[in-house]
Design a protein around this ligand. Structure first.
Ligand SMILES: [Zn+2]
Length: 255
């Protein structure tokens, strides 16, 4: 018997980071045409707060709201997108996780959540995506993982894994607040499909992380993305749903 709701044998969550323009203009129309719902991880910061992150979130909010009303999840990707990556470029000034405290990251994430709840009041379960896949603040002896805080406030949270099909989440044992996902930038359509195929065969929960669709520094080609959407639509036995929705199902089913 399958772990997943009938008639599904596996689950796939398609997630998109940083609220990029091509997600509104290319990914959303493709998903809506196929009747699929996804997760969009937003940074609800104003233009002056989000220097270096592109357009202001307020400019795009009017386009995210109807998407959420159609069942897409608007997830939390922090307010300022703090990370470290062991570098120190100008765009990380003042928001380098190496120099932050637990209190700072908690305040940042909670303020982002406050704004998201105000913008999308109908949304109940939400998930979090660690910016740059980093789950700790401080350095060396003072380095502290902030996953316990995230676990207290979100249905699920997305981390990363290697881009290999056998590493999709096993729903019976996965840490819902440190989920594996595949950073699939620069993968072609056949690779995207192959990953889903193996996860389906194993009965797992596959989470894809996309950034731009034919846009930006971590792109997936529009036709490659479409190939994955078409494949998932054709299969019919893979549950395609937002991260928080699948996470809530896993939580309740394994309780
Ligand atoms: Zn990001």
């Amino acid at each position: 018997m399958s772990f997943w709701p009938h008639p599904y044998r596996a689950a796939v969550s398609l997630s998109f980071d940083d609220g990029m323009r091509s997600q509104l203009e290319t990914a959303l129309p493709a998903l809506d045409a196929a009747g699929m719902r996804a997760t969009f991880y937003l940074n609800p910061a104003g233009a002056e707060e989000s220097a270096g992150l592109g357009d202001s979130w307020m400019e795009r909010l009017a386009r995210w709201q109807p998407a959420q009303a159609r069942g897409h999840e608007m997830g939390n990707h922090s307010l300022l997108h703090p990370c470290s990556l062991n570098i120190d470029p100008p765009w990380l000034q003042g928001k380098n996780l190496r120099d932050w405290t637990l209190e700072q990251i908690m305040a940042d994430v909670l303020e982002a959540q406050r704004r998201l709840m105000a913008a999308f009041p109908a949304q109940r379960e939400t998930s979090y995506a660690y910016p740059c896949y980093e789950d700790a603040v401080g350095r060396g002896k003072n380095r502290v993982c902030y996953t316990p805080f995230i676990a207290g406030h979100f249905t699920a949270a997305r981390h990363k894994s290697e881009v290999r099909g056998e590493l999709a989440n096993d729903p019976l044992v996965c840490d819902l607040h440190h989920l594996s996902s595949w950073p699939v930038e620069r993968c072609d359509g056949a690779t995207l499909v192959g990953l889903a195929e193996q996860a389906a065969w194993l009965g797992r929960w596959a989470i894809y992380t996309f950034h731009g669709i034919s846009e930006g520094h971590l792109p997936v080609g529009a036709s490659d993305f479409q190939e994955l959407v078409d494949y998932l639509a054709r299969r019919g036995d893979v549950w395609v749903a937002p991260v928080a929705e699948v996470g809530a199902y896993v939580r309740d089913r394994t309780a």
